[in-house]
Design a protein around this ligand. Sequence first.
Ligand code: COA
Ligand code: AMP
Length: 643
Amino acid sequence: MTDPRDAYTEAYLAARDNPEQFWGEAARALHWDVPWERVLDDTKAPLFRWFTGGQLNTCHNAIDRHVANGRGAQAAVIYDSPVTNTIRTISYAELLDEVARFAGVLQSLGVQRGDRVVIYMPMTPETLIGMYACARIGAVHSVVFGGFAPHELAVRIDDAEPKVILTASCGIEVQRMVPYKPLLDDALRLATHQPAHVVVLQRDVHRCELTPGRDHDWAQVMRNAQPVPCVPVLATDPLYVLYTSGTTGQPKGVVRDHGGHAVALHWSMQHVYGMQPGEVFWAASDFGWAVGHSYIVYAPLLYGCTTVVHEGKPVGTPDAGEFWRVIEQHDVRVLFTAPTAFRAIKREDPQGTFFTRYDLSRFRALFLAGERLDPDTYHWARALLQKPVVDHWWQTETGWPVAANCLGLTAFPVKPGSPTKPVPGYTVQILDDDGHEVPPNKEGAVVIKLPLPPGTLPTLWRNDARFVETYLSRYPGYYLTGDGGYIDEDGYLFIMGRVDDIIIVAGHNLSTGSMEQALSGHPDVAECAVIGVKDALKTQLPVGLVVLKAGVQRDAASLQAELVQRVREQVGPVANFRQVAIVARLPKTRSGKVLRKTMRAIADGDAWSVPATIDDPTTLSEITTALQQLGLARAPIIQIGGE
Ligand code: COA
Ligand code: AMP
């Protein structure tokens, strides 16, 4: 931030020093039914609200507005599904028709402004249509990722209390078809709350049974549906709730509002991603993640771009050239995905042979987020693409990037391993345990000074207290990100990883607590711990350590298989839980705290020392042996530094 003339610095300082003017100007790009009274409302600080008093509709701004302004014939959505061999282009005008009619369906099922609709669906355009239909009538959607098991779905249903649930007969993974409807039925057997209606998208590859009276066939209800207009809502009304892992087994319902969200996402498309209206943007993620909400569904359409809905994977559908094919075929200008996807491609096609078969001359940039971008993957992608590769850092909670190399403002030289600098609107600092800012290059807790910019979570669903306790109480005046890191002498931010019990698996944020809950529910388990260990492809993988109840004599292999299956059934396949060791004891402090950090260091082969507070040091050698039997803890053990 030494050159006051560059566009980044100008925007950064303007947003920091005069946020109301900065975001007020950004908001004028959208259509407001009623103008806001205050840009930033701090009357309930530390809970802040943006654009209070204002009214708008997100669906109107993303779809109707563009049709009215002449974009009706432009592609809004390109659905590309290698797993069903389908490509379907939906224009803005067609999307408006489908969304308005599906909104009519929801209204006819009794859904009104403020009601919740849970969506448990695969990567089909209907998922996006369902989300916009909710936005159109002021209903609050809550999308649950398809890789979560019925138990996790049930927890979210009970918290969101939806009037209606949208689902599909199945999703399609690389090697298998996943029947979603039985998973939803199982979840509803576990849940206390029951929806009045379920709308089911019947897919050609697999049709499912419908429960009479409760379930409706999507295609059938659409046949008679009447289109309904947009309902203006308050800027501060919730657009959606998206659950993210908590450090306990109970997920946190991240709330996103209408006004701040639309303003921030619209602004980010140009200034962070360097897009122009009319161009094609592709976020290769899933609707169930924040990336999918923000950059598949909302941001591209708010900005008048075309979005790609891809039902496939970077490898295996059918090969490691899939990303290049989609980019060439649909003229994608910017791709956003997780580093894991590139590591998967690199593993299958290290020489980039597939890449040479496609023409990517019009492709402009690759953005990666969701986990740390390791320098090896950065260099590989950069050398292959010969285009900017941008590491950017954000969280479900923020909904849009906190740090990035903002290609639409000023492209700075890249420092591999760093997501570059804070995005305008975010004041990022590094604090020590006592809340003091640390000098450059010293690691500490990464925090964001309040108020957070528009588009970030204003609170947790019906739980201000948990919001304050989790994020705002550790350092008053700051939002705690849960990440550790440092800022170097040039103002570049480096994110080094989570400092809590959340692990990042293949770009997905998962709670070890929910896996521990599943393990400890097994009748033979007395206690357990789950730690995240390093993995070359997926960044981290969970490993379980279980202690059996006194007197239990079990064949280790069959018990391990049961435990793995249990986590798969209760948390879901997305947990990637495959390794579990049976141990006599867990290493603990004298006050009974399980020494997870030390176990993690042992498993990863990092330097560690016997913590001064340990109850019984011999437990560490037992754990080392158990981890070695799983093929971990292989590096020489140098004992320094402690928990
Ligand atoms: N519905 C049902 N099951 C799902 C699912 C879904 N939507 N998504 C994933 N799963 C299942 C997978 O089939 C797999 O099951 P398995 O144990 O039977 O093989 C399991 O969950 C683990 O999935 P994942 O970790 O994604 O591994 P994968 O081998 O299927 O794919 C990658 C690996 C790297 C290709 C994939 O993770 C990827 O593309 N990641 C990067 C993009 C991304 O989505 N990032 C998220 C935020 S940006
Ligand atoms: P999620 O809420 O699932 O998006 O996960 C957010 C977490 O992913 C962050 O708190 C980080 O730990 C991690 N993360 C996301 N992007 C990056 C990045 N570019 N570099 C390092 N870590 C990242």
